[in-house]
Design a protein around this ligand. Structure first.
Ligand code: BJW
Length: 241
């Protein structure tokens, strides 16, 4: 009998020694974290240029911090879902496994994933705009203009805004994982934000079998080998069965 698409994907993953995964906001949607695009997405309510650019922060750091504090509070009440947990299990099964995430919510690490590349940073880390100090700050009661514990300078969230470069070492590692894997799983990303979106093509062009999991088609869908439409929290656990 012909395997179902989910069975075919599960087989590919079971046979692969080197696996790379790229995740986006959709994987955390079932945990209650809002996505960016789509009907309930953050960008329906807020303009990215008002909140997620260095210019916006320079203009009005308090506004930007209020938005991040609101998201930090919301995410502090969210827990990893079955999709995050399935990727943790997959990591312990594959010989070489890299999880590349665009998410800043920290839920992959909370689920137990270890070889993790957070290409857009992390909401729970702060960085000083004056001295560059970088540290974890989990307080939900930051002042409207949080100050660096080292030098008193203005802190910013350690995330990558539009127009900013991704950390070169992290991006290189993501590129190498994509170019060197046999199977790449692309989960819950609209695949419009570069350069992360291009990682699926990097894998494909290097000969990997690329599997996409999403509620709807994306710009990657035409190029991938298998497109599994549905909720990540329902599909991913089945890929390990
Ligand atoms: C489910 C589901 C469920 C729902 N199950 N699925 C080349 C061409 C054109 C422009 C550029 C280019 N190169 C660079 C740019 C500029 C820009 C860019 O890409 N713009 C495009 C939008 C056009 N890129 C940058 O600026 C990047 N920097 C850079 O490239 O530096 C060099 C440079 C600069 C300037 C010019 C040229 C070069 C930096 C990008 C930083 C992105 N930052 C953000 C905010 C992070 C901090 C924060 O969170 O506050 O990152 S924006 C936002 O988008 C966030 C996300 O990580 C990112 C991607 O979104 P994602 O994860 O895909 O989420 P959604 O909401 O879009 O999609 C969710 C998906 O899930 C949907 O498909 C749903 O269907 C699905 N889904 N529920 C499965 N249950």
């Amino acid at each position: 009998m012909q395997p179902t698409p989910i069975q075919a994907a599960a087989q590919r993953l079971a046979q692969a020694q080197k696996v790379a995964v790229l995740t986006g906001a959709g994987i955390s949607a079932e945990s209650g974290v809002p996505t960016f695009r789509g009907a309930d997405g953050l960008w329906e309510q807020y303009r990215p240029e008002d909140l997620a650019t260095p210019q916006a922060f320079a203009r009005d750091p308090e506004l930007v911090w209020r938005w991040y504090q609101w998201r930090r509070e919301l995410i502090s009440r969210c827990a990893p879902n079955p999709a995050h947990r399935a990727l943790k299990d997959l990591e312990y099964r594959a010989e070489a496994f890299t999880l590349i995430t665009q998410n800043v919510d920290g839920l992959h690490r909370l689920a137990g994933s270890r070889n993790l590349l957070e290409v857009h940073g992390n909401l729970w880390m702060v960085r000083c705009t004056a001295c560059g100090a970088l540290y974890e700050e989990r307080s939900l009661e930051l002042s409207p203009r949080p100050a660096c514990r080292e030098c008193g300078g203005l802190l910013r969230p350690h995330v990558v805004w539009f127009g900013e470069s991704l950390d070169g070492r992290i991006l290189d590692a993501a590129w190498r994982a994509a170019a060197g894997c046999q199977v790449m799983l692309v989960v819950g990303t609209s695949a419009v934000v570069q350069p992360a979106a291009g990682l699926a093509s990097v894998a494909k062009q290097a000969g990997a079998f690329v599997i996409e999991v999403n509620l709807e088609p994306t710009p990657n869908s035409r190029e991938v080998d298998l497109s599994l439409m549905g909720k990540a929290g329902e599909i991913l656990p089945q890929l390990l069965a």
